[in-house]
Design a protein. Structure first.
Length: 657
């Protein structure tokens, strides 16, 4: 606000000054300032009213709604509600009063009070309706309470208490009449229900007679006939039910016992009520004695089933030894128990090898369903669940377990989805498997098993995983994993002519010699065959027939599949002993590592380097503490070098793949 000094407000009344331009300018300035002040006051008033209206429409509305609810449900009276509203109004206005412009404060307070008073007028009608409804509600509660008492006591209770309520007289009489009718119906329904539960047709016959004699006088004719018909129909139903249930019990005894036996043998806890029901179901049938045996031995069998297959076999052998060397009071039962043990062991052994997820489930752990649709739409999620299944299997710590993360029931569709993937999608999936397996105990065996399952045993996919994990590349820089998967895909092309397997195996055998054996050899051959197919397709080489083989393609494929083989000249045995090298390492580099290893072992053992060089090299399945590749030194019988009670190996410093 612009403030004008008081000295400027004293204006000389001389006619000459009033007519001067300077005087005219000051007059206009004063009017302008006055207009600004008025405008600002008006704006401040509007802002304050908006603030007041905001509180009235939100906070006042909330207060009124809460108080009306309390009055409507009888929690307080209208007078108390008005007092609370008034108190809130006064307190709240004081909180905002100093923020309101002085010139508009009274008008705004009047506006506030008017709104508060208008909103508080609805309390009394709500109280009157609430009082009326409370009386009816109390009458309903009295009637309900009375029905829980013995009939005569309930009638007295209702009559005495309802008379004091401020409700119409005809409503009171109606409540008393309704009570008696309800009690007649409750008694009849209770008798019918109890008779049905106990299959007591005699009591139902007695009820029919009492209805005919008019014992339940508060029922009208139609109600009495309905209850009579209901009782008669239940008599017929019970008679038929008893007959059918007995026939069914005998027929179903075998199934009921079979389910019970399964419960016992799969280690589930037996509910006592369930056991009693089974006992009734098999009583007097051919299954009764077997039921008693399995019930008596249930804890024994359940404990046995929780053991690992190795522990189970140990327990079986202990049982056999005990039976052979100790007298028994009941040899037949012991023989039977042993038979169950052997059956449980055989079943668990089969499951642990073919479908270990079932063993995981029986151990109480979650088994993930691995659907083909999830493999197609969300491979990462599919892999995450697959890894969890595998980790749970490994956690069973059963020596006979074969890790198979994908359940047998999920495998066929998952295989189809995997096979339908293009090369790049397969490679991405393999990479995801390897990535999520890092840091997991036995992670390599886990992803290897999964690829073995999805590839229907085709080990080329596993070798592709090894190549992807170690980033294997050919001497020309070609990605080996891509070559393997691409070649595996090419092998499905029926129009592609390739050499017959015998020729390929012959070339493979000549190259690798004794450097690889067993599963490793099979895996390397599968990779070699796939890479050969990939190179054939890549180079557009046309084989004349299945007896035609390209030596250049063979050489490249062997090198990519195995990473290289080293021919060792040894004094004893084979003069062309072969051993697999670290992937892609040339002979000169490999021999340099060997020389360092020979010298180190010679210094520490006292043996000469020449003596050590006469021993054969065999790539060890043991790695150094830093994960480096090691080579065993073995004699012609395959016995490793042992000096001073320790096995000595050549360690390739810094070489991990």
């Amino acid at each position: 606000m612009v403030m004008i000094p008081r000295s400027q407000g004293r204006i000389n009344s001389s006619p000459q000054l009033r007519q001067s331009p300077a005087f005219s300018g000051l007059s206009n300035l004063g009017q302008a300032i006055g207009g600004v002040v008025d405008a600002r006051n008006e704006l401040a008033t509007k802002e304050a009213k908006v603030k007041v209206d905001d509180i009235l429409t939100v906070e006042l509305s909330e207060q009124v709604t809460k108080l009306k609810n309390d009055v409507a449900n009888g929690a307080m009276g209208a007078e108390d509600a008005n007092k609370l509203l008034s108190g809130w109004s006064e307190k709240r206005f004081k909180e905002i009063e100093n923020d309101l412009p002085q010139h508009a404060r009274q008008d705004l307070k009047n506006h506030w009070t008017s709104n508060v008073n208008r909103n508080g007028t609805g309390f009394l009608p709500l109280q009157l309706r609430a009082d009326e409804q409370r009386g009816l509600n109390v009458a309903d509660r009295m009637t309900e309470i009375a029905t829980r008492m013995p009939r005569q006591q309930g009638a007295e209770y209702l009559k005495n208490n309802i008379s004091t309520l401020n409700i119409p007289e005809h409503v009171k009489q109606q409540r008393l009449s309704t009570y008696n009718t309800s009690m007649d119906l409750i008694e009849i329904d209770s008798r019918i229900t109890k008779a049905i539960e106990t299959k007591n047709t005699q009591d139902l016959q007695a009820l029919v007679g009492e209805l005919d004699q008019g014992k339940y006088g508060y029922l009208d004719g139609q109600q009495a006939q309905q209850k009579k018909a209901q009782a008669q129909s239940r008599i017929d139903a019970i008679n038929k039910q008893v007959e059918v249930e007995e026939n069914k019990r005998v027929q179903m005894a075998g199934k009921v016992f079979g389910d019970f036996k399964t419960q016992v043998l799969t280690g589930r806890m037996l509910d006592e009520e369930y056991s009693l029901n089974v006992e009734k179901a098999v009583s007097g049938t051919e299954h009764e004695s077997e039921f008693k045996f399995y019930k008596q031995q249930s804890n024994n069998f359940q404990h046995f089933n929780q053991l690992s297959t190795t522990e189970q076999l140990k327990r079986i052998n202990q049982q056999k030894s005990k039976m052979a060397n100790s007298p028994s009071a009941d040899p037949a039962t012991e023989e039977k128990i042993l038979g169950v043990f052997e059956s449980l062991h055989a079943e668990k052994l089969e499951n642990i090898k073919k479908n270990p997820n079932q063993a995981v489930s029986e151990a109480g752990l979650k088994v993930h369903t691995l659907s083909s649709s999830e493999l197609r739409s969300s491979p990462k999620s599919f892999v995450s669940k697959l890894i969890d299944n595998g980790v749970n299997q490994i956690a069973l710590k059963d020596a006979n377990l074969s890790v198979r993360p994908i359940s047998e029931e999920d495998l066929p569709e998952a295989r189809k989805a995997f096979e339908a993937m293009p090369v790049n999608e397969k490679l991405n999936f393999i990479g995801e498997l390897i990535g999520q397996s890092k840091g997991v105990q036995d992670g390599s065996s886990l992803w290897g098993s999964a690829l073995g399952q999805l590839g229907s045993g085709d080990l080329s996919y596993v070798m592709a995983g090894v190549a992807r994990m170690n980033n294997y590349r050919s001497t020309k820089g070609e990605d080996v994993a891509t070559a393997i998967v691409s070649g595996t895909q090419a092998l499905k092309n029926k129009q592609l002519i390739l050499p017959k397997d015998d020729l390929l195996r012959q070339e493979f055998g000549k190259y690798v010699g004794t450097s690889v054996t067993g599963t490793t050899a099979n895996m390397s051959f599968s990779a070699f065959k796939s890479i050969y197919a990939h190179l054939t397709e890549r180079d557009n080489y046309q084989h004349k027939d299945k007896d035609d083989i390209n030596k250049n393609l063979v050489s490249t494929a062997l090198s990519m599949a195995t990473g290289g083989v080293y021919k060792q000249n040894v004094k004893y045995g084979q003069s062309d002993w072969k051993v697999s090298k670290p992937y892609g390492m040339d002979d000169t580099n490999f021999e340099s590592h060997l020389e360092k290893g020979y010298n180190t072992i010679a210094k520490q053992t006292g043996l000469s380097v020449a003596e050590l060089q006469d021993l054969r090299l065999r790539r060890s399945d043991k790695r150094s503490a830093r994960g480096e590749i090691q080579y065993d030194l073995i004699n012609e019988r395959g016995t490793p070098l042992i000096v001073n009670g320790a096995i000595w190996r050549i360690n390739l410093n810094g070489v991990t793949k």
